[in-house]
Design a protein around this ligand. Structure first.
Ligand SMILES: NC(=O)c1ccc[n+]([C@@H]2O[C@H](COP(=O)([O-])OP(=O)(O)OC[C@H]3O[C@@H](n4cnc5c(N)ncnc54)[C@H](OP(=O)(O)O)[C@@H]3O)[C@@H](O)[C@H]2O)c1
Length: 322
């Protein structure tokens, strides 16, 4: 792929930034396609002058997608949302938008399409997110045979929305609700997800395959909260929340928006449904190791960014890690 153009939709997002960096390091010309190209300006220093080019594209607009993939040898789709909001919803992005990208990539004669889905993608799921991810997989496979699908578990890293969110809450609240304390997760490091994308692009034998991306260990939700609290050096009460109670609370929380202060809902009923199912790599699935990647542990990375949630007096002192 060296010197070839690769278009990355969602390249200015959390995982996208790491993918763009990994591709730039391989010498690829990266086109970062996003709705607000100014958001992608922070990608530019990751490559040589002119190597990383932000372009305006909305995957709900076919013409902008076609323009973004013109001349690209490969296309990566990282666009996704965790809740519905007007026209930005599961159907329009995970299904129709994914199909638009796949059709445009096919028309543009791209050689590869890498589509980021999620563990738990399932046509039968009661979660709309999980169903839309499964429908999206079907749509891209139809439109672009040979698409490589990557399904991560929860992704962690300095800018993640999981550990940062709960650590921020723990700073303010004496107790944390744990919805589905026994639900299992296999958190994967964002750098490993980016390496997985690069590895897939570098090896045509990965075309048509689906990889489930997880870290080296499986943890329950309760366990992840304990690890986070140990890391930030704070003792907090972990209160198991029954699904029905969490769902009732989510009914109100998903409606609560405060401009600038609370732009995303704190919790939605669909997220509660997702928390009912384990989110781990399937026993028979291909995984990160099949791409030649040794998965990074939580303990290697969490201290590098959760330290900002410690008390000032604890910083510099060794905190006990779970
Ligand atoms: N993070 C995780 O733990 C995790 C786990 C499993 C799967 N995934 C999947 O991995 C992918 C990337 O996740 P992420 O955490 O990096 O998400 P993210 O930070 O929210 O990034 C998503 C990107 O998509 C862009 N986007 C949204 N709507 C768009 C549209 N209509 N047209 C063009 N771009 C649009 C967003 O940019 P703007 O909104 O600024 O335009 C953003 O840059 C998603 O498909 C997600 O479902 C993530």
């Amino acid at each position: 792929m060296k010197h070839n153009v690769v278009t990355v939709f969602g390249g200015a997002g959390f995982i996208g930034l790491y993918v763009v960096r990994a591709l730039a390091q391989q010498g690829v010309q990266v086109r970062v396609a996003c709705r607000r190209p100014e958001e992608a300006m922070r990608c530019k220093p990751m490559g040589d002058v002119g190597q990383i080019v932000p372009v305006a594209a909305n995957i709900r607009n076919e013409d902008s997608v076609a323009a973004a993939v013109r001349g690209a040898k490969a296309v990566i789709n990282l666009v996704g949302v965790l809740y519905n909001r007007g026209q930005q919803n599961f159907d329009s992005l995970h299904v129709d938008g994914a199909r638009t990208i796949a059709e445009a990539a096919q028309k543009a004669d791209a050689k590869r399409l890498i589509h980021i889905s999620a563990i738990g993608a399932d046509l039968e799921s009661d979660s709309e997110y999980a169903r839309s991810k499964a429908l999206g997989e079907q749509a891209v496979e139809e439109a672009f045979p040979g698409t490589t699908i990557l399904r991560p578990s929860i992704v962690f890293g300095p800018e993640d929305d999981f550990f940062n969110r709960f650590a921020a809450l723990a700073r303010l609240s004496p107790a944390l609700p744990v919805i589905g304390p026994n639900t299992k997760f296999q958190p994967v490091y964002v750098g490993d997800v980016a390496d997985a994308v690069s590895a897939c692009l570098a090896d045509d034998a990965t075309a048509g395959c689906c990889y489930e991306l997880g870290g080296p260990t499986v943890h329950t939700f309760q366990n992840l909260m304990e690890i986070m609290l140990a890391e930030i050096g704070r003792k907090r009460l972990l209160v198991p929340a029954p699904f029905w109670a969490a769902s009732a609370k989510a009914y109100f929380l998903e409606r609560l928006r405060i401009p600038f202060f609370l732009p995303k809902p704190l919790l939605t009923r669909d997220q509660v449904r997702l928390l009912k199912r384990d989110n781990v790599v399937g026993e028979k699935s291909l995984g990160v190791e099949d791409l030649g990647i040794t998965p990074t542990s939580l303990s290697a990375v969490l201290p590098t960014y959760l330290c900002r949630y410690r008390r000032a007096k604890d910083n510099g002192r060794k905190v006990q890690t779970a």
